[in-house]
Design a protein. Structure first.
Length: 372
């Protein structure tokens, strides 16, 4: 009897343990499912099962908020909503639609507008800028210079093509780090000073591109109102500017095939050097005539090229002598040509005089030839 009772007790204990183990397994499965659901909700991406293990896709980094936010205001500032003609006071902590313009009023005012956690623009003193009107699904952001001093702060690892600072005559592309801008309207156009404080940036414009500006580099760009003149003046540091020189026809010696290729000049900009680009609109056709000139720190002309857009047949190539000896040789040749021309003209006068004496002796008249 005792053995029967003992056997029943052992069987009950075993069945209880197996039921407990089954409950533990069910709880573990529920915890795994709930944790995976939570992770899916947080990351926004469903986990992928590889080799019996769950792997989560890396979420794409977001650098910008959906809408810009006025993060901090010291002084007086206003905003202009898209489609409105009346400026209104800004409020800290409020988000504003893309396409809005902001301006700070007073020399002691500081207005900080954040585009993301590490992306912001600070308007210093009397300054203003606009944001680009765009769809909410677009990932990039752009601001337009309108006046005053602006400080832009961006992550050093910001991918290319996500942020730009624009003006009528140029665009600052791929800025990373800190940069500062001073922008002003002139009587005929505008003038902008661009300084790279940390990180890097590039500048693009019609017929030119500054490849890369680094820390402490600065450039001044002046543009006429009709966009027919661009002046690029070096103020701090050294950097390369890639200048258009039109199209050229290149023939392969081995195959005899010809190709039309764009031609460029890489000019090193340093303090007191300059680039001047003159443009002219033709009376017939749409191909603009362009003249590109570079000047060294002493003001000497170093390079000059004139061409017509989209036409390789109209291209002067390099026109300016690159050295002082070349300039002196050019002046000497010009003097020689002038002296030769004078001698030829003197000989022609003597010949005409002798011919006139002969014709008077013969009694002929040249009155009819004087009419033309």
């Amino acid at each position: 009897m005792k053995s029967i009772v003992r056997s029943l007790a052992v069987a009950a204990a075993v069945s209880g343990l197996s039921a407990f183990a089954q409950d533990i397994e069910e709880l573990d499965e529920e915890e795994v499912e709930s944790s995976s659901e939570a992770e899916t909700t947080e990351s926004g991406e469903a986990p992928i099962e590889i080799g019996g293990q769950l792997h989560h896709q890396k979420a794409e980094a977001r650098f910008f908020y959906t809408l810009p936010e006025v993060h901090k205001l010291e002084g007086v500032a206003e905003f202009l909503q898209p489609g409105s003609e009346t400026w209104a006071p800004v409020e800290e902590g409020r988000h504003y639609p893309l396409g809005s313009s902001f301006r700070s009023i007073g020399k002691d005012t500081r207005l900080t507008v954040q585009f993301g956690r590490e992306c912001s623009i600070i308007a210093i003193g009397d300054a203003s800028f606009g944001t680009r009107a765009q769809g909410l699904e677009e990932k990039s952001r752009a601001v337009m210079l309108q006046g005053g001093v602006l400080a832009v702060k961006l992550p050093r690892n910001l991918p290319e093509g996500l942020f730009s600072v624009t003006a009528p005559g140029f665009s600052v592309v791929n800025p990373a780090g800190e940069s500062r801008y001073r922008y002003a309207k002139t009587g005929d156009g505008d003038r902008a000073t661009i300084r790279c404080v940390t990180g890097s940036l590039a500048v693009e414009g019609r017929h030119f591109r500054i490849l890369s500006m680094r820390a402490a580099n600065e450039v001044c760009i002046q543009t006429s109102q009709d966009m027919l003149f661009t002046g690029i003046y070096g103020t701090r540091g050294d950097y390369i500017c890639k200048l258009d020189q039109g199209l050229v026809k290149v023939t392969d010696v081995e195959t005899g095939e010809s190709h039309i290729n764009p031609k460029f000049l890489e000019w090193k900009i340093s303090p007191q050097t300059a680039v001047r680009i003159q443009r002219a609109v033709p009376e017939i056709g749409k191909n603009m005539s362009v003249s590109v000139m570079t000047f060294d720190a002493a003001g000497n002309l170093k390079n000059r090229c004139a061409f017509a857009e989209n036409r390789f047949e109209i291209n002067s190539g390099e026109q300016a002598p690159s050295t002082k000896s070349g300039q002196a040789e050019l002046v000497k040749k010009a003097a020689e040509v002038a002296s030769d021309t004078t001698a030829v003209e003197a000989e022609a006068v003597e010949t005409e005089a002798s011919d006139g004496e002969d014709s008077s002796d013969s009694g002929s008249s040249d009155d009819d030839d004087l009419d033309f």
